[in-house]
Ligand binder design. Structure first.
Ligand code: FAD
Ligand code: SIN
Length: 527
């Protein structure tokens, strides 16, 4: 058993920035950060385009960034949250720079600001096309400098330790971890717990998310009785590299379109102008739907991103990772169009929080992609998520410190029992077969364009699978593979049920009749 003041589950931007803030505000506070894989294996590390912030008030304004956020989110975003994130963003960029992040600058020394879909101005700070890796590295180096932060990698959080305090509702007192080195369970008791477990792209067949993104935090919080919301809003990135067999899908950043890249169909037509006046830089839901419609119409396996008209040295200098990746699969962006397809990318919904990152469970906060703060509404504006994680980690750290003063470490936990654990080897092939089945079913039934009939069928199939998976959990107890499978299944059900309850098309939740005649797709998709 371990006892800490603050337990942080997740070592991405949300978890690490929160841990750093709490560590600096309360140097005597004992903080434990856990990660189920290596510390750097996070969605954060793969972020390419950058982080949105209004830094040049001569050319841009907070109001415009708020407007773009609200518009991308189909006006389902919480306006007060959007205003807070946008206004606090410059201070959070300053934190990153204090922590050692060096954003790209122009020869004059100003920030080089990129552009992505849905933004009316250039306002994306970046470190070439490896922004996330630069952030993750800087944050983890800072963590090493704080003696009051301990990091445990390769520890899988199986479940939150909660118990119900009658009228006050459930409260959280830590988590049960599985040490993946020795397969032993570790009970961690904490006064405050921060869920920063990231996304759930692995619920789908094709995703830009690494294998760790299995929605564990959302599933754990849901099991513990926390409110979750907006899970129907799954964002598909329009331009993952089309490279069959590669998992996860490699991303071709939207910043490439911001740099002048043009989407074309097999006939070479720049089709986006038929769908939206903003063309290739329309918000992501619109571009992904247009690509899917074009692919259906042409019976094509991919669309194409054309950068051949751009200065190739300039392109390679701005996007070295993307450039090299294309070359590695035999596509020279200077001469050939880059084949692209949409892939599951970001979960706009998650564990409901208030403006301080507090969930509906006492002593439990959530931040980053596993949280639903209200910022993204029905569709996240590009490059708003890294910023959201920073702003909410900062806000939650202040609230945590106030709360720690009157929270004792150990409330009595009389009735809490650890889940059964057995060390018997599990049927790994059965687990991976079910995982692939869920991914295929979700891609088919809850993808970019949905219909009630398919969602209903999906709901029924997932309910059947739930019986099977839950029986396996009862039989075999805790393990990484089975725990992740159960979490994926839970999130798949939450997405499907949320999609079934939302009867109208809005943002990323797009309903079409089934089967969809091709001409109807065209008509529906044209805005
Ligand atoms: P993550 O960075 O994913 O970290 C999750 C952490 O939780 C990991 O340490 C993991 O090990 C841990 N964890 C999960 N489950 C458990 C468990 N059960 N037990 C223990 N530990 C657990 N957003 C932008 O704003 N700009 C971009 O340019 C951008 N580009 C992107 C490009 C790609 C390819 C991808 C995939 C995403 C991109 N995003 C971008 C989205 C953004 O990167 C993520 O939303 C953000 O990094 C999430 O941060 P996080 O801290 O919430 O989670
Ligand atoms: C990208 O670089 O296209 C990803 C940006 C994001 O997901 O916000």
């Amino acid at each position: 058993m371990k006892e800490v003041d603050v337990l942080v589950i997740g070592s991405g931007i949300a978890g690490l920035s929160y841990a750093l803030k709490v560590a600096d505000l309360l140097p005597t506070c004992k903080i434990l950060v856990v990660a189920k894989a290596s510390e750097l294996e996070t969605n954060t590390s793969y972020a390419q385009g950058g982080i949105a912030a209004v830094l040049n008030l001569l050319t841009d304004s907070y109001q415009k960034h708020v407007q773009d956020t609200m518009e991308a989110g189909a006006w389902l975003s919480n306006l007060a949250v959007a205003e807070a994130v946008v206004q606090e963003a410059p201070a959070r960029i300053a934190d990153l720079m204090d922590w050692g992040v060096a954003f790209d600058t122009t020869p004059s020394g100003a920030f080089h600001l990129g552009r992505e879909g849905g933004h009316s101005e250039n306002r994306i700070l970046h470190c070439k096309d490896q922004t996330g890796y630069s952030l993750e590295k800087a944050l983890s180096q800072q963590v090493l400098l704080r003696p009051n932060i301990e990091v445990l990698s390769h520890h899988f959080a199986v479940d939150l330790i909660t118990f119900n305090q009658g009228e006050a509702g459930p409260s959280c007192h830590g988590a049960l971890l599985l040490d993946l080195g020795n397969q032993q369970l570790v009970k961690v008791l904490s006064r405050i717990t921060m869920l920063a477990t990231g996304g759930a792209g692995q619920v789908y067949q094709a995703t830009t998310n690494p294998v760790i993104a299995t929605g564990d935090g959302v599933a754990m919080a849901h099991r513990a009785g926390a409110t979750v919301e907006h899970l129907e809003f799954v964002q598909f990135h329009p331009t993952a590299l089309y490279h069959p067999g590669e998992k996860p899908s490699f991303l071709v950043s939207e910043a490439v379109r911001g740099f002048g890249g043009i989407l074309r169909n097999a006939a070479g037509e720049a089709f986006m102008v038929r769908y939206d006046s903003r063309g290739c830089l329309a918000p992501r839901d619109i571009v992904a739907r247009a690509i899917e419609a074009e692919m259906k119409k042409e019976q094509a396996v991919c669309m194409f991103l054309d950068v051949t008209h751009l200065d190739s040295d300039d392109f390679a200098a701005h996007f070295p990772t993307i450039y090299q990746k294309c070359l590695s699969i035999g596509v020279d962006p200077a001469r050939q169009c880059i084949p692209v397809v949409p892939a599951a990318h970001y979960f706009c919904g998650g564990v409901t929080t208030d403006a301080w990152g507090r969930t509906s469970i006492q002593h439990l906060y959530a931040s980053g992609e596993c949280a639903c703060t209200g910022l993204h509404g029905a569709n996240r504006l590009a490059s708003n998520s890294l910023q959201e994680a920073l702003v909410f980690a900062h806000r939650s750290s202040a609230d945590t410190c106030a709360k720690l003063e009157d929270t004792t470490l150990l409330d009595p936990i009389p009735a809490w029992q650890a889940p059964m654990v057995r060390s018997q080897p599990e049927n790994l092939s059965q687990i991976s077969r079910i995982r692939e089945k869920i991914q295929a079913m979700m891609s088919q039934g809850a993808g970019i364009v949905r219909c009630i009939e398919e969602l209903t069928e999906l709901h029924q199939k997932l309910s059947q699978l739930a019986i099977e998976v839950e029986a396996m959990v009862r039989k075999y107890g805790a393990s990484l593979e089975l725990g992740e499978l159960n979490n994926l299944r839970t999130v798949a059900q939450l997405v499907t049920d949320a999609a079934l309850s939302r009867k109208e098309s809005i943002g990323l939740h797009y309903l079409a009749p089934d089967p969809v005649p091709l001409q109807a797709i065209d008509r529906i998709a044209i805005v």
